[in-house]
Design a protein around this ligand. Structure first.
Ligand code: GLN
Ligand code: ZN
Length: 730
């Protein structure tokens, strides 16, 4: 019988117990020991789930917030005396920053190396504690290379020194262990040969510990298979789902006799059931190369909801799905079939059905022509008619869309969802919220208005609920970071728009004011990035299907007198493949999908929003999206972002996020002016807008109102052309 191993099982709990416990502790509703007890209970359930299905699994994956920050603590980079110190590091005023983990929507806390860089030391042996406590399982660690690659503040030329220093600390951490699970997803990046050599040296140092290392790579294939084979490790985990090249490399180079191949054969990042037959066929082939094989998930299971059993989905769809617990079952099934027992297989793969394709959608996709992907006249001409129509002042002020989702708003939505509030009463409530916000924006003196997004819980799920071909779940929660969770919808069939989705609210908002109100949509790439997508048609086609729905929505906006539309694409960058060589292919469809979605009349202004600032290497791709205005993050980098645009050919309007909405601080006009001053060195003043970084959904009114007032004061000063922005008086 082949051994089964699984890792990364979600820590959230079916009823989000993880979130509830930690947040209760933050609100001082439970004590630190109660929190630890709750988390221990959750961990016991998690480990028991593994045990129910698979032979082996890691121990010590549980964390009170994030495993990257835990690793930093283990290595002595930070010191925490108690839980409050720990949470200060995670969510306090001076918390570490959050960044997306590889090309997923999980965010980790970025360890920051202050200078002088502290000496690493084995400050906390978390894996050893875990094995002492649970007695079974393979102690878990994030590897030194991945840890260092994902941290900031290390001078490039010192990287090697630090990696080797770290390897010594790792050797110490694992020296008391017999076996260890080490995650090294960073090994799937395109690495220069010098770094590959460094990885070898680092792992050779760790060999001194005499501990059996099981090394896991995932999310893509490893480019340097021969070198990887030379590492002194006992087992190598390869992703056979997202890393198709891995199989080709094994065919070419074989597999070392002295190592175990941990074959990642069930999908950790999408929800479709594994075809058991073809998984077994792959294993049969691999067994010709590898003497010892363990089967596993291809990437960590925390990108999946916990179990399909918690859902009330259409059975035809549910029968095609596999969440984290079902993946464990699949591993068991594959092992059993591999050993010759086919019981249960036919049933597993026959429970669901494919839905008929939608001929109307197919027809539209088939007839797409090049001209459907370009606006009818170039920006230089569009901008003239837009400006005539909108008559905006210099430095127009606006916001990104959402306004505070107060407890009242959330309560009403919950009441509506559970049927305690009628559709009519809910609509009335939403309209009241919109009307109040329009009045407020008038009082504040903003130039371009929004309706506030009070009717939306989540920018993807909201649209998923309105579109055909996309299902939403009841309990399919996934951690996005810390205790923040979201439910990715499931795109299972052709996507179409049975009815307008947002036109009522936007048109109502516009009816209340002569100022332009932005029509607010989530872009096709972001809808795809934050959903599970079907795998029977190319992702580009799914994107075009969604794009056509958005295009229809924009047509309806135009018919209702809406002059500006904003198509949000916050996931545009995150979705880019890990390997640069795959970028052209991705950006090609991503840019086209945006352009197809944002087909609007020349006089309609198309805006987009992205909430980050790592643009340096994708500015050209972004320019190809052919929007009229983009709003981006600029405050956390104090305007450094503008450097990326120097010397480029970027000629569109740009709204700099001069207020960091991720912080509760109220920025003064002077704080914000600093960023604008820097921007004016790069952009002509006619092209600059002023706005917050992102939506204001998570902020409080007490922060929103004074901050927007300051933003408008700044706009006034700028318009007066005060010679020194800093000292100008009103
Ligand atoms: N329009 C959205 C909002 O304001 C954008 C959110 C986002 O970029 N993540 O909430
Ligand atoms: Zn944003």
């Amino acid at each position: 019988m082949i051994t089964t191993y699984a890792y990364g099982f979600p820590r959230l709990g079916v009823n989000r117990e993880y979130k509830q416990s930690i947040e209760s502790y933050w609100r001082r509703k439970i004590s630190s020991s109660e929190l630890r007890e709750n988390i221990d209970k959750l961990e016991a359930t998690r480990l028991a789930t593994y045990e129910k299905y698979v032979n082996r699994f890691p121990v010590g994956e549980m964390t009170l917030y994030d495993n990257m920050v835990d690793t930093a603590l283990m290595l002595g980079l930070y010191h925490c005396d108690n839980l409050d110190d720990y949470y200060n590091l995670c969510i306090g005023k001076k918390a570490l920053t959050l960044t997306k983990w590889f090309n997923t929507n999980y965010h980790y806390l970025v360890p920051e190396f202050a200078s002088p860089i502290p000496r690493f030391r084995a400050a906390w042996n978390k894996p050893k504690e875990a094995i002492a406590k649970y007695k079974k399982g393979v102690p878990y660690l994030i590897g030194p290379f991945t840890f260092l690659k994902l941290s900031t503040g290390i001078a490039k030329e010192r990287f090697g020194d630090y990696l080797l220093a770290l390897a010594e600390v790792y050797a110490e951490l694992i020296s008391d262990l017999d076996e260890v699970h080490i995650d090294e997803p960073a090994l799937v990046w395109e690495l220069p040969p010098a770094e590959v050599q460094l990885i070898k040296l680092a792992y050779q140092k760790m060999r001194a510990a005499n501990c059996k290392i099981n090394l896991f790579t995932y999310y893509d294939s490893v480019d340097f298979m021969e070198d990887l084979y030379e590492l002194p490790v006992a087992a190598i985990g390869l992703d056979m789902i997202n890393g198709q090249e891995n199989l080709k490399a094994i065919r070419k180079y074989g597999f070392p006799e002295d190592k175990t191949l941990i074959c990642g054969i069930v999908n950790g990042s999408n929800v479709w059931r594994t075809n058991i037959e073809s998984a077994v066929a792959t294993l049969n082939e691999l067994s010709r190369y590898a003497k010892s094989i363990v089967i596993s998930n291809a990437s960590p299971l925390y990108h999946l909801p916990i179990t399909i059993a918690a859902e009330t989905l259409d059975r035809r769809l549910a029968g095609r799905l596999s969440f984290a617990e079902e993946r464990l079952y699949e591993l068991k099934l594959i092992a059993q079939v591999y050993a010759g027992n086919r019981q249960g297989v036919a049933e597993w793969n026959k429970q669901g059905v494919h839905f008929d394709s939608d001929p109307g959608v197919k027809e539209r996709i088939k007839h797409l022509k090049d001209s459907d992907f370009s606006r009818s006249i170039p920006y230089s001409e569009r901008v003239v008619s837009q400006q005539q129509r909108l008559a905006l002042p210099l430095f127009p002020t606006s916001t990104i869309g959402s306004f505070p989702q107060t407890p009242v708003v959330r309560k009403k939505r919950a009441e509506f969802r559970t049927g305690r509030l009628s559709q009519e009463d809910y609509n009335t409530f939403i309209r009241q919220q919109i009307a109040q916000l329009i009045t407020l924006q008038e009082e504040l003196g903003l130039d371009v208005f929004v309706h506030g997004e009070f009717e939306r819980s989540d920018m993807v799920e909201f649209f998923a609920e309105k579109l055909n071909g996309i299902a939403t779940t009841l309990k399919g929660w996934i951690i996005s970071y810390g205790t923040r969770v979201y439910r990715p919808p499931i795109i299972y069939s052709d996507v179409s728009r049975p009815n307008p989705m947002t036109v009522d609210e936007i048109a109502y908002a516009q009816s209340l004011t002569p100022k332009p109100v932005k029509g607010m949509l989530t872009g096709p790439v972001t809808i795809i990035a934050w959903s599970f997508v079907r795998d029977d048609i190319p992702v580009s086609e799914i994107a075009y299907q969604i794009a056509l729905c958005l295009q229809d929505e924009i047509r309806d906006y135009e018919a209702n007198g809406i002059k500006i539309v904003q198509v949000d694409e916050p996931a545009f960058r995150e979705k880019a493949p890990l390997k640069r060589r795959d970028w052209d292919q991705y950006f090609n469809w991503a840019v086209k999908a945006f352009r197809l979605a944002s087909q609007a009349k020349p006089e309609t202004q198309v805006q987009t929003h992205m909430c980050y600032s790592e643009f340096g290497d994708i500015i050209d791709r972004i320019s190809q999206m052919d929007f009229d205005v983009i709003t981006i993050e600029a405050s956390r980098s104090r305007g450094n972002i503008t450097r990326d645009f120097i010397g480029g050919s970027f000629d569109r309007q740009i709204g700099l996020g001069v207020w960091d909405i991720h912080s509760p601080q109220i920025p003064s006009p002077e704080d914000m002016a600093e960023i604008v001053t820097r921007a004016l060195e790069v952009f002509p003043k006619e092209n600059l807008w002023l706005n917050p970084d992102c939506g204001l959904k998570t902020r409080r009114w007490e922060e929103v109102i004074p901050s927007l007032k300051n933003l408008i004061i700044l706009a006034g000063r700028l318009r007066k052309g005060a010679s020194s922005l800093k000292n100008a008086t009103d």
